[in-house]
Ligand binder design. Structure first.
Ligand code: SF4
Length: 283
């Protein structure tokens, strides 16, 4: 039995960096420690950190009620307002915003100062996009679909800077930029998509196309895991989505000679290794 584990399975650079940041704070003993939102979309990881004294702030109101402690900003980043608020309250801020997201904050700040409106291609309800908007000094807009791009309008004399949510699909981004570019605005476009998602999907597709069974590990609500599952299922009918080892019901079969494993961006290494070891031993 051959087991192929995707090199890109699990935490991306930004998420790993954020989790490491929390661990460092725990070691330094800077209690009470809070994260503004769950540090990663994985209940097991959040619970483990909670057991070590790290509390999750789930809203701005909870943040407003704080009187002391350290607040860690997760990889998605936040708007300028949150930095100002923490500074005003004298609360220690540890910034684990992914550098790729931070770069977008700087772009929209700079282009806003030059008088450009900002158009973000992404999901308006996603915390990363909300955070980016929080750095815009000029009017900002969000479009997520081709239809929304077609309907997009602003002052025809206005200048526009287009950026993307880091995890947006590149092909869709290109199509939407093409539509917006034809509208006649003075426009600059900056592709701010992070390569981590695309690399993970490309590798998953490649592995799934050559194995007899494929396992995708990740949270049931994780959209990037769902996307990985769909990609793999297209290539390999025998594809399983599990959240943890207990969910695995891979029937031992003579026809399974090679199993592939990949995982979404919020799946901890520990769970991936457990599955890898189990599959290697069982078959
Ligand atoms: Fe950073 Fe990319 Fe990971 Fe987002 S997906 S946290 S931008 S490395």
């Amino acid at each position: 039995m051959e087991v192929i584990l995707a090199k890109t399975a699990g935490f991306c650079f930004g998420v790993q960096r954020a989790v490491d940041t929390v661990q460092t704070q725990i070691k330094e003993g800077t209690a009470p420690i809070y994260t503004y939102g769950p540090i990663v979309h994985n209940e097991a990881v959040v619970q483990e950190l909670e057991a070590q004294g790290v509390q999750v702030l789930r809203s701005k109101e909870e943040l407003l009620n704080l009187t002391e402690g350290t607040v860690i900003i997760r990889a998605h980043g936040v708007g300028k307002e949150i930095y100002d608020l923490l500074e005003k309250k004298g609360i220690n801020l540890v910034d684990a915003t992914c550098p790729f997201v931070r770069k977008i904050h700087r772009i929209v700040q700079k282009e806003g100062a030059l008088g450009r409106n900002i158009l973000i291609i992404g999901n308006a309800r996603h915390p990363e996009v909300e955070g980016i908007r929080g750095w815009c000094r000029t009017p900002s807009y969000v479009v997520e679909s081709v239809e929304e791009a077609q309907n997009f309008t602003m002052d025809p004399k206005g200048k526009l800077c287009v950026v993307s949510q880091t995890t947006f699909n590149y092909k869709k981004f290109k199509d939407m930029v093409e539509i917006i570019s034809k509208k006649g605005y003075d426009i600059i476009v900056l592709n701010t998509i992070c390569s981590a998602t695309e690399e993970r999907q490309t590798e998953a597709r490649r592995i799934a196309s050559r194995v007899d069974a494929m396992i995708v590990i990740g949270g049931s609500h994780s959209s990037n895991t769902q996307k990985l599952f769909e990609i793999c299922k297209k290539e390999c009918e025998n594809t399983y989505h599990i959240q943890e080892l207990e969910d695995l019901d891979l029937k031992s079969s003579q026809s399974i000679r090679c199993v592939g494993i990949t995982a979404g961006a919020s799946t901890p290494k520990k769970i991936i290794e457990e599955v890898q070891t189990h599959v290697g031993i069982k078959f």
